[in-house]
Design a protein around this ligand. Sequence first.
Ligand code: KG4
Ligand code: ZN
Length: 358
Amino acid sequence: MTSAAPLVLGIESSCDETGVGIVRGTELLANTVSSSMDQHVRFGGVIPEIASRAHLDAIIPTLSEALRTAGVTLEEVDALAVTSGPGLSGALMVGVAAAKALALATGKPLYAINHLVAHVGVGVLDGGELPPRLGALLVSGGHTEILKINSLTSDVELLGATIDDAAGEAYDKVARLLGLGYPGGPVIDRLAKEGNGKAVRFPRGLTLPKFVGTPEAPGKHRYDFSFSGLKTAVSRCVEQYEVRGLEIPTADIAASFQEAVVDVVTSKAVTACREHGLENLLLGGGVAANSRLRELLAARCASAGIALRIPKPSLCTDNGAMVAALAARLVADGVAPSGLGFASDSGQPVQRISLAAS
Ligand code: KG4
Ligand code: ZN
């Protein structure tokens, strides 16, 4: 290794973004992303086989572009890293195969990285070192979780997660119901500004006392999410207008749906932080771009005395720099690389921050 801060190249391919990022310690040198989103538009959601094929096409050009942007060569890199899970299996395999080939060809150490923890680790690239007593709220098209970060490189706990759809997935499905196209998040975010968020009181999933319990006797789903009932409620609401031949108040429904999502997401995250002594919260994932989520989370964190940190949007959506950033921390902390014997793990639990060599 040539300097104290390791030069790390990270590859991400867990969903529909092919990302290659290069960092030197906490300094971002390149973050090249190629998305196959356009190819999924007509299906209203990510089609795994299409995503996998798009990764195959994009991986080499994305890698070359990232190296060019960073102005470094593969020989100069100290370590390689790749998302091994969680994610779509076929999609993950493309990144993992590419990373193993690079590791084999160059002899560089390879780290198999947890995608969710990488969403947190990316925080070091925007705002510096992560504070202690840190929680994370991850909201995207593929995942919705609340994490407790005891140590970024050795101890991460899952406090809560969705038991059905992810928050972004709910946005995409509701946008489809309302005929707004894909992806649904940005368009609902925009339209909701013209509507009344209190027009329809949509259900807040898993907020009944039998699910949340009390601080002393927490219910099984105290910090968990569910969005499938909300999606059904929106569908029923739209039907009511249709059967009566009335014009659908799309903006009001979009605003009311959005209010239901951000209300439950922000209140559960703040409750989890408060009850676990977490004075800092990092927001990540594609839905972090949502204006109402940012507004309400900022307000609720401020009243609870929680410092909120939101990395810039290009670091919140799936990217390779987050994989490289977490791996750079693992290298710095002396964690052993994963070798070449590991397999991608579509259900990789959050506790497995990187895979151990087999
Ligand atoms: O992190 P991401 O780029 O990919 C993964 O799903 O992992 O997130 C994409 C998701 C989509 O579901 C999209 O609808 C949602 O993020 N999204 C938003 C907004 N922008 C993107 N959701 C709500 N409001 C937004 N402004
Ligand atoms: Zn993600």
